[in-house]
Design a protein around this ligand. Structure first.
Ligand code: MN
Length: 742
């Protein structure tokens, strides 16, 4: 734990003429004001402002800032007043402390106008004195470091706010090490599984790479010192969150990332940067297109460094950054670094007449434009935030703000609101207009999600969304939907198998049989039955250990209780006697599995050689791993399943009038072989709005053509009408249905 005297010592170390009395006075005042107050971890409250002040000494900030850090929670949480602080510590410190008080909560769930007002206050305070932001960020950093002591429900909100507002702000003013730590801590809270997975893998990699890192560091160091260049060589490993972001944006695994480890060469002068670069490039082969010179052309936020990648001693890619100590400080501490160089040490920016650095100047300009007399909501809309260029901020109809990466769709939005909202999303309104779900969202869009309980997210969405949360949820929902399909089918199969055995199936029966089936739960068991991985007869035996199959297994055990007919040797259909009983038939019809087509909620497909269309009497055949194949009852192909009665399923059509799905049907047309015949036939089919999926022709004798059409039709009436009209044409000899390969 940081102590008062340690803090003062730290300041004296980098600023020997610092006002010690001021620091001590601020400490004593804060300690008295906070009195008996405790932090969430049970420690005296004063430990918090002390640690915040300590973080700021790492940035070597002046004693006014350090004093403000010590006092930052006094106006908010104690009876201290601005006036009192002004009197004791001067107006400048009073201003800083008040600025920090006002922006206590940048709450993401408060009203739109309140949020805008809060953000505006923060930005205005910053534009007046950037030290407000520095203290605020240090405050947030300490709160994030001690997040585990805060109640769980608050943790999530604080972490989200950190990830969406404070980390980008830190990045915006060039404080990259602060941004990285904030992101890392927030990431750990927001996505603990991913954090755990990456840190574990990294720990494994570190062992392997440890040797290599030492070897390369030494090689670099030796080469440079032989050429008389004084250099500090350090290696660094990317943080879990930046690895995670790379993995997400490139959709690659951690093992595929080449730049997890990197090296930094810190030299004394700009000239040494280029000399070091020359030595590196003559020693190892450079990777073309990876060389960037931000020394001669700095980035907008003042970042300067030379980047290059070479093929290292053991053939691996090695990323290198070459920079001076000052460039390094600017890269790490951003705006704060400028205060480091204010006193006496020559600064590049000072030479350009720019004492604050570009990063802060840009920030200040943005804020000044925004602050010009606009109302709070308009402000937020503009703020748009220029500050957060890689993000878009959208609103729910109730005014909750949702921050998303640029390129996000309403689907991402829905999942960001809540996983359930995403899973049930079927449409959206953007700013009151119905819009496609693929629309890219813009800043300030108000998004209303249209939901339906019946919805399952289409698997194809996975490639449309940009957020990891949405992608993972869609993958999970798709898996779950498929499992539900198979479980539904499994239920039907068991109902049928049990009823054939004169028993009736209940989930309780299955539950009691689970241990004997070595299955964990009812749903898993049902899905396995549906997939054909668990035979229904095994379930029957597990539920009724003394059950014996009554039927002689040797004889062809044909389905005998279905409401479908059974084929006699003659090839004619006849009714099973029991079915004369109307009541019984109704009952059986109800038990049959409803078929809605291939797009329904069961894994259904149609017999490829002459499928069934609504209106046909149908039967389903179970195929493990595939699902149900639907055959017309007259299909000759069914004979191949005669010996597998357990695969037969009672099915019935369940098509409503508005169904838009078409069904496959095959017809054979024999027609006179003369010019124009095909056109005549095509005209009939097109005139009836049927689709032709495939056509096979062969000449049958000299004068006739034999044609097989695979059509897509609405139902059996539609198909019959087409065949009737074809048969009515003079060129057509016959048109008849094909129900399968005999
Ligand atoms: Mn605080």
């Amino acid at each position: 734990m940081m102590r008062q005297y340690e803090l003062v010592e730290r300041v004296i170390q980098y600023k020997p003429d610092a006002d010690e009395a001021l620091l001590n006075k601020a400490y004593v005042y804060a300690m008295q004001k906070h009195g008996e107050q405790k932090r969430a971890d049970g420690k005296p409250y004063i430990t918090h402002p002390l640690e915040v002040a300590a973080i700021l000494t790492d940035l070597r900030l002046d004693e006014e800032t350090i004093a403000a850090a010590l006092l930052h929670d006094t106006i908010e949480d104690t009876d201290a007043t601005r006036k009192e602080i002004d009197g004791l510590f001067g107006e400048r410190i009073g201003f800083l402390v008040e600025g920090l008080t006002k922006l206590k909560r940048l709450d993401l769930v408060s009203k739109k106008a309140e949020q805008a007002e809060n953000l505006r206050r923060l930005l205005l305070a910053i534009s007046d004195d950037v030290r407000v932001l520095l203290v605020k960020l240090a405050d947030r950093l300490h709160n994030m470091r001690t997040l585990q002591h805060v109640p769980a429900d608050k943790r999530q909100r604080i972490a989200t706010e950190t990830m969406e507002i404070y980390a980008p702000l830190a990045g915006r003013i060039g404080m990259h090490s602060m941004r990285e730590e904030l992101e890392e801590l927030a990431f750990r809270q927001l996505n603990p599984e991913a954090y755990e997975m990456i840190t574990t893998k990294l720990a494994g990699l570190s062992e392997i790479h440890g040797k290599m890192v030492t070897q390369i560091s030494k090689a670099l160091h030796d080469k440079l010192s032989r050429e008389g260049i004084r250099a500090k060589v350090t290696s660094r490993r990317k943080r879990a969150f930046s690895i995670f972001r790379k993995m997400e944006s490139r959709s690659v695994s951690l093992e595929q990332l080449s730049d997890i480890f990197g090296f930094r060469i810190i030299v004394d002068t700009v000239e040494d940067c280029y000399r070091a670069l020359g030595i590196v490039h003559t020693t190892w082969k450079m990777v073309p297109s990876r060389f960037k010179d931000f020394v001669s052309t700095p980035r907008q936020n003042d970042y300067r460094s030379i980047h290059t990648t070479v093929i290292g001693p053991s053939r691996q890619r090695v990323e290198l950054q070459i920079r001076t100590q000052q460039m390094h400080d600017v890269a790490e501490y951003g705006v704060a670094a400028h205060t480091l160089y204010k006193d006496g040490v020559p600064s590049v920016d000072a030479a350009n007449g720019n004492a604050e650095g570009n990063a802060f100047t840009t920030l200040r300009k943005t804020i000044a434009q925004l602050a010009e007399g606009v109302n709070p909501e308009e402000f937020l809309e503009h703020t748009k935030l220029e500050l957060f260029l890689d993000q878009v901020f959208c609103f729910t109809p109730k005014g909750r703000i949702i921050a998303l990466p640029r390129g996000a769709t309403p689907i991402d939005f829905a999942y960001a609101v809540h996983t359930d909202v995403g899973n049930s999303c079927v449409g959206c309104k953007i700013n009151g207009q119905i819009m496609p779900l693929m629309t890219k969202l813009e800043n300030g869009d108000e998004v209303e999600i249209v939901r339906s309980k019946a919805q399952t997210p289409p698997a194809a969405w996975e490639s449309v969304v940009v957020t990891g949360k949405a992608r993972a949820a869609i993958r999970r929902a798709t898996r779950e939907a498929i499992r539900r399909q198979y479980a539904g089918l499994g239920t039907r199969i068991l109902e049928r198998a049990f009823s054939r055995a004169g028993k009736s199936y209940t989930p309780e029966l299955l539950a009691s049989a689970l241990p004997r089936l070595a299955r964990e739960n009812v749903d898993d068991a049902l899905a396995d039955v549906g997939r054909g991985e668990l035979p229904s007869v095994d379930v029957l035996r597990a539920a009724f250990p003394d059950y014996k199959e009554e039927r002689a297994t040797g004889a062809a055990a044909k389905p005998d209780d279905g409401w479908f007919g059974m084929k006699a040797a003659s090839g004619m259909l006849f009714r099973i006697p029991g079915l004369r009983n109307r009541a019984k038939r109704k009952e059986l019809e109800k038990a049959a599995i409803p078929i809605r087509g291939a797009g329904g909620d069961l894994p259904v497909r149609f017999s490829p050689n002459g499928g069934a269309v609504p209106g046909d009497r149908i039967v389903g055949i179970m195929t493990p791993g595939v699902g149900i194949t639907i055959y017309p009852i007259q299909s000759p192909e069914l004979s191949q399943f005669d010996d597998a009665p357990e695969r037969w399923l009672d099915v019935r059509w369940d098509i409503d009038e508005n169904n838009s799905e078409r069904f496959p049907a095959r017809i054979r047309v024999v027609a006179i072989n003369e010019p124009g015949t095909l056109a005549t036939i095509a005209e009939v089919i097109a005139g009836n709005e049927a689709n032709v999926q495939n056509l096979v022709m062969n000449r049958s004798g000299h004068d006739f053509m034999n044609m097989l059409f695979d059509l897509e039709v609405w139902d059996v009436n539609h198909l019959n009408r087409i065949m009737r009209q074809l048969a009515g044409k003079s060129v057509v000899n016959s048109a008849e249905r094909v129900l399968g390969n005999p």
